[in-house]
Design a protein around this ligand. Structure first.
Ligand SMILES: N[C@@H](CC(=O)c1ccccc1NC=O)C(=O)O
Ligand SMILES: [Zn+2]
Ligand SMILES: [Zn+2]
Length: 211
């Protein structure tokens, strides 16, 4: 029997909510299929952090690798999805069930009851750097969130991102976890090998762990 797949990726298009000030996401048609041309050919122009994406370390450190330079291991393998809808402005250490998180290689935080597909949410929940630090010492290699950033929209210091940097961990942002019960899954969410990019779109999915 086929194992169930959850698609945890935002649709990308002109209505995808973007970080304030980012340029529009545009898919345009450059060549039109017709009597003289056998194909349609287009191109996409998009902010690298649009929708569901993987930050590269280059995003928060000039010495960090770009999306082409990151190994794939963090982005594929067992993960734990945890429900943090009860958290306040920030997911704090005391909000977390550390029994469930201890030793988890990949942790995905759900903060939304319903993902805000139709409008930008400037008050999204952030992750406290202390939570990232505790995961780092617990050998977590990837942290995912259903929000646009680990840090608050107003952050100028990006403390959570720098805690990730300290452990050379990896980040997924903009996940859609509405339909995913808390528990253990296989994560697959591979960034594109985009040279010079500080982030990359990903098609993120979860699969039931093989029994
Ligand atoms: N997804 C991004 C959001 C982000 O940092 C950002 C994106 C566009 C413009 C400014 C941003 N951050 C700080 O000003 C992040 O990695 O947190
Ligand atoms: Zn990002
Ligand atoms: Zn980020």
């Amino acid at each position: 029997m086929a194992t169930r797949i959850w698609d945890i990726t935002q649709r990308l298009g002109k209505r995808t909510p973007l970080w304030p000030g980012e340029p529009d996401l545009v898919v345009q048609r450059n060549v039109q299929l017709g009597p003289d041309c056998p194909v349609n050919i287009g191109q996409v122009t998009a902010p690298l952090h649009a929708g569901t994406h993987a930050d590269a370390p280059l995003h928060y450190s000039n010495e960090g690798v770009d999306s082409a330079g990151s190994s794939l291991e963090p982005y594929i393998g067992p993960c734990v999805v945890v429900d943090m809808r009860h958290a306040g402005e920030r997911v704090e250490v005391e909000d977390c069930d550390w029994e469930a998180l201890e030793g988890a290689a990949r942790v995905l935080f759900r903060t939304y009851a319903t993902f805000p597909h139709d409008a930008w949410d400037e008050n999204f929940k952030a992750i406290a750097p202390e939570v990232i630090e505790r995961l780092r010492v617990g050998r977590t290699v990837l942290i995912g969130v259903d929000t646009p950033s680990l840090d608050p929209q107003s952050s100028k210091t990006m403390d959570a991102h720098h805690e990730v940097l300290a452990g050379d961990m990896r980040i997924l942002e903009g996940l859609v976890l509405d339909d995913v019960p808390p528990g253990e899954y296989e994560l697959i969410a591979l960034p594109l090998p985009l040279e010079g990019a500080d982030a990359s779109p990903v098609r993120a999915i979860l699969r039931e762990l093989a029994r």
